[in-house]
Design a protein around this ligand. Structure first.
Ligand SMILES: [Cu+2]
Length: 290
């Protein structure tokens, strides 16, 4: 069951953090949110990613220009798009992330983050839009239990196309703190704009987890800090998660979830806090889907 998996993952992430292990490498569960209809299909290019155990294949990357693209993902796990700085490549990224995963080597995490822009992505079954900001080479990757899986890089060139986001039904913004801002309620089905403010300085991703109506962020934080491996009493089945975005970037996320109360969380490991997942630093917020 998806919920149990997601909650177990949350617990695993937290336990891993407590053990100074690897929050980054805990496998994301597939979102059980089915892709909602895309608001605007204008002339936006569509990239389709398929994740297997060993690689990621992409369709629709030929002749791509910089700008916003639609991205949909199939497979077990989350596919994200990265752009590496000059002199740094997918092999270096894999090495750094695995070093961080194996030994909680925060310097390796810092090394990777200083040379990588993460531009968003989706769990299997998910879709939305991401921005490829400039001409250059982009690499799809997935963080799983066995480490990092990368796909063949693709090249984007030519004049920039539009980076304008399609119309969305609400916004979730990662702000410095770290914390959340944006809509306090959203329709149960639609698409949302996920922004990471430039001044947060670190990537963030969204985990939306349905909770029993009236649950507080204090209750969630207390559970996460307890390291309890059981299912939390406030946990409900539905939820979804996104890939990460680096500061100053945004993506749109299609979703279709049951109405109710949800906690918004991010488990990206904070390099300044020894790799502590952001949720444990209080990056928790309650919203309603109706
Ligand atoms: Cu975060």
């Amino acid at each position: 069951m998806q919920t149990a998996q997601r909650l177990r993952r949350v617990v695993a992430v937290v336990s891993a953090a407590a053990l100074a292990s690897t929050p980054l490498l805990v496998a994301p569960t597939g979102a059980n949110a089915s892709p909602a209809s895309v608001t605007s299909r204008a002339a936006m290019p569509h990239v389709k990613a398929t994740l297997t155990k060993k690689t990621i294949t992409l369709k629709g990357t030929k002749g791509l220009r910089p700008g916003r693209v639609q991205l949909s993902v199939k497979g077990k796990g989350t596919v994200e798009i990265a752009m590496f700085a000059k002199g740094y490549d997918a092999a270096d990224f894999v090495e750094d992330v695995n070093k961080f995963g194996a030994k909680n080597d925060v310097n390796a995490l810092k090394h990777a983050l200083a040379r990588t822009q993460i531009l968003g992505g989706f769990a299997g079954g998910g879709s939305g839009t991401v921005v490829l900001p400039k001409a250059g080479s982009y690499t799809p990757f997935s963080l799983g239990e066995r480490g990092v899986v990368v796909g063949k890089p693709f090249v984007v060139s030519g004049k920039s196309g539009s980076t304008k986001a399609p119309k969305t039904d609400g916004t979730i913004i990662a702000v410095n703190g770290p914390g959340w801002a944006g809509s306090s309620s959203l329709p149960a089905k639609g698409s949302l704009l996920f922004k990471n403010k430039r001044n947060t300085g670190v990537p963030h991703f969204i985990v939306l987890q349905q909770v029993v109506e009236g649950t507080t962020t204090d209750q969630v934080l207390e559970f996460l800090q307890s390291g309890d491996e059981g299912a939390p009493p406030w946990g409900l089945p539905a939820g979804m998660e996104t890939g990460s975005i680096s500061p100053g970037h945004d993506m749109t996320v299609d979703y279709d979830l049951p109405p109710g109360q949800y906690v918004v969380m991010c488990f990206f490991p904070d390099p300044k806090m020894g790799g502590m997942p952001h949720a444990l630093m209080g990056m928790l917020e309650m919203i309603h889907l109706m």
